[in-house]
Design a protein around this ligand. Structure first.
Ligand code: NAD
Ligand code: LMR
Length: 348
């Protein structure tokens, strides 16, 4: 069974636990947007891989009852809660408020995807409104939950979420994440393919933001691998434009869903492992960097997970002169994206 073998190989698995010593062990994870292109396979991977005894809550405004019934037949010891929101009256939070009770982690892939010709920024208006409603409910019902936002444009939806959490009086910069893991997954894949190495073992950082103008793959410090100037240039472009390649190939039927679900599961399961006391889990993620000397309040940087979300923001990977210059150039663009998010949340 190739599918299962692949999952077993790539998705972090939980070691057998000793219930007497492992605290807190069981978690409640919400997928908001669970009936969508990302939400369905992400929910499948979480149903398959969350620690036994955990609860997986599914929320969407369409089709989620069927998705929940389908997933409920999978014989893992992960309890499902299924909540259908009110599509005609999105401000009706009755079901959403049930979904957001007692959360350890909320993963948010709810929102509209791109079509060919669009940028991620074109999605902001619609998607910021969706994220706002979800984050307000999480703030009210599970103020200590970790929140991982997949919804684009990540560079702006995450600062908007931070401002919404601030307004609710519960913002903790250690608990809010923008998921840029797909950029690292792609970089690992493309480098592995080019150099004939196992992609899962390629150690590469992608920092900055989640758009071609702000994404910075650090190819000069991939451990054990070096690239010619030509390879660096073509790999960088391929990584930065990979989302658009999927959008164009899907030809109007949305953007990356399966690879994003894989990346989202890797990210969410990493956080859950850290909540359960595992140390040394590091992912690049778009987080609040105002406590650093980077000179910008959000950036994708190497982050170590811990029991309270971010245990530590690690120093940026070593960069060559060209990468340092690119970083300096992208920061003002990220800042503009941040301002878009903050302005929306302040006036909403
Ligand atoms: P999709 O349209 O297939 O699914 C989105 C789901 O969100 C739908 O089921 C929809 O009903 C649901 N939804 C809409 N409003 C909602 C609300 N208020 N509450 C709960 N659910 C709601 O889209 P998709 O392909 O799954 O993509 C979702 C988002 O993820 C898009 O914004 C896309 O750009 C983004 N994305 C981000 C990355 C990344 O790397 N961060 C990668 C791929 C896609
Ligand atoms: C991606 O990188 O695949 C996502 O951000 C979706 C998109 O719009 O490209």
């Amino acid at each position: 069974n190739l599918y299962l073998l692949t999952c077993r190989y790539y998705i972090p698995q939980f070691k057998p636990h000793n219930r007497a010593t492992d605290v807190p062990y069981m978690v409640k994870v919400l997928v908001a947007g669970a009936a969508g292109g990302i939400g369905q396979p992400l929910s499948l991977l979480l149903k398959q891989n969350l620690p036994a005894g955990s609860t997986l809550a599914l929320f969407d405004v369409v089709n989620v009852i069927g998705v929940g019934e389908d997933l409920s037949h999978i014989n893992t010891h992960v309890k499902l809660e299924v909540h259908l929101g009110d599509l005609k009256n999105p401000s009706n939070t009755t079901e959403l408020d049930k979904a957001t009770q007692n959360l350890d982690l909320a993963v948010i892939p709810a929102g509209v995807p791109r079509k060919p010709g669009m940028t991620r920024d074109d999605l902001f208006k619609v998607n910021a409104g969706i994220v706002k409603g979800l984050v307000e409910s999480i703030a009210k019902n599970s103020p200590k939950a970790l929140i991982a936002i997949i919804t684009n444009p990540v560079n702006s939806t995450v600062p908007a979420a931070a401002e919404i959490l601030k307004k609710a009086g519960v913002y903790d910069p250690k608990r809010l994440f923008g998921v840029s893991t797909l950029d690292i997954v792609r970089a690992q894949t493309f480098i592995g393919q080019l150099k004939g190495q196992n992609p899962a073992e390629v150690k590469v950082h992608v920092i900055g933001g989640h758009s071609p103008e702000t994404m910075l793959p650090i190819l000069s410090s991939v451990s054990g691998i070096s690239f010619s100037e030509e390879e660096t240039s073509s790999l960088s472009t391929k990584i930065k434009e990979a989302g658009t390649a999927v959008v164009n190939a899907k030809d109007g039927m949305g953007s990356a869903t399966l690879s994003m679900a894989y990346a989202g599961a890797r990210f969410a399961l990493g956080l859950v492992k850290a909540l359960n006391g595992e140390s040394g889990i590091i992912e690049d993620s778009y987080v609040d960097t105002s406590s650093t000397d980077l000179g910008v309040s959000f950036l994708a940087v190497p982050v170590e997970f811990g029991k309270n979300g971010i245990e530590k923001i690690h120093p940026l990977p070593q960069m060559n002169e060209s990468e340092k210059k690119q970083l300096a150039e992208l920061i003002p663009i990220v800042q503009k994206n941040i301002d878009t998010g903050l302005e929306f949340a302040k006036s909403a």
